[in-house]
Ligand binder design. Structure first.
Ligand SMILES: Nc1ncnc2c1ncn2[C@@H]1O[C@H](COP(=O)(O)OP(=O)(O)OP(=O)(O)O)[C@@H](O)[C@H]1O
Length: 220
């Protein structure tokens, strides 16, 4: 279970953007977090993915409190999460070909021998044709780059997926393909999902449970 307990977080301790928020995701569960622009959803998503240390509150992974964040987190924690962000161009190294971008986590964890098979498997799963894999980010569309980012998030077979507005700015068919790829992965592995967004219809179709930002506070 992934549990966020009484999380307060932000970028200036005097004015936190997330205040006393609690939320949990069971293994295999898909939770959709809905809220208006700027309310703090992305900040909370980054806390959930152990990428942003909260000012106060506790994140528990399978009942164990997390004490270290970002690169200081133990490898088992870092690799437990696959994260996809809203703007793929901001989350990739522009010099990497898509194949290397997708393989990055395998290379970083010393699993180079798995790269060819895993990249081929994931390219199919996310709908990237072989000709696209040798291109660099500026040579592909936003949707194609987001598919590669999803593949990168799945490459280490995480137990938890954090998807932060991953279909914003994409057309309906690309959005549907990305959601389908996430759901195929979850069906195969039983991974839990926290999907953040403001598109009620999309999150309602995608997730088993919807949570509204305004209902997350201490009074909820
Ligand atoms: N790195 C940062 N430094 C300072 N303030 C930030 C930073 N990132 C976000 N903020 C501020 O924190 C608040 C919450 O931002 P956040 O991105 O978490 O909201 P959001 O609900 O995900 O918004 P959106 O739906 O528009 O992406 C906003 O007021 C934003 O300006």
């Amino acid at each position: 279970m992934l549990e966020l307990r009484a999380i307060t977080a932000g970028y200036d301790r005097r004015t936190p953007v997330v205040r006393d928020v609690s939320l949990s995701v069971e293994p295999g569960e898909a939770v959709g977090l809905l809220g208006p622009s700027g309310c703090g959803k992305s900040t909370l998503a980054r806390v959930a993915a152990l990428l942003h240390r909260p000012d106060s509150g506790t994140v528990l992974l399978d009942g164990e409190p997390v004490h270290r964040w970002r690169h200081r987190a133990p490898r088992a924690h870092r690799t437990a999460f696959g994260v996809v962000f809203q703007q793929p161009r901001l989350s990739v190294d522009p010099r990497l070909r898509l194949t290397d971008l997708m393989a990055e986590p395998l290379r970083a964890t010393g699993r180079r021998n798995e790269i060819p098979d895993r990249v081929a498997e994931l390219a199919t799963a996310v709908g990237l044709t072989p000709d696209l894999l040798t291109r660099r980010p500026h040579e592909v569309s936003d949707g194609q780059l987001q598919r590669a980012c999803l593949a990168r998030a799945l490459v280490l077979r995480p137990r938890w997926l954090i998807c932060d507005e991953i279909t914003a700015m994409l057309d309906a068919s690309t959005s549907a393909a990305l959601v389908a790829a996430v759901e195929d992965y979850r069906a195969e592995t039983g991974a839990g999902l926290l999907a953040v967004g403001h598109d009620h219809a999309l999150l309602n179709r995608w997730c088993g449970r919807l949570v509204r930002w305004d209902d997350l506070g201490p009074a909820a």
